[in-house]
Design a protein around this ligand. Structure first.
Ligand SMILES: [Zn+2]
Length: 61
């Protein structure tokens, strides 16, 4: 099972899809992407941590 998150789901005008093998991995990549591409701080991302986790879904690979 792959884990997947669309950046758009967490409120960005962005079609970036984050994928990983675990929820933790997707979470870490999401944090990195948001800091790099959306100019967010670690604190901003931590504030919406629960939202991010809520939008991570699983796909069969
Ligand atoms: Zn994005």
């Amino acid at each position: 099972m792959r884990k997947l998150l669309s950046c758009r789901e967490i409120g960005c005008e962005c079609d970036y899809i984050v994928t990983g093998d675990t929820e933790e991995e997707v979470f870490v990549y999401t944090v990195e992407h948001n800091m790099e591409k959306h100019g967010k701080t670690l604190e901003d991302v931590m504030d919406i941590r629960e939202n991010i986790k809520g939008f991570i879904y699983s796909i069969c690979s």
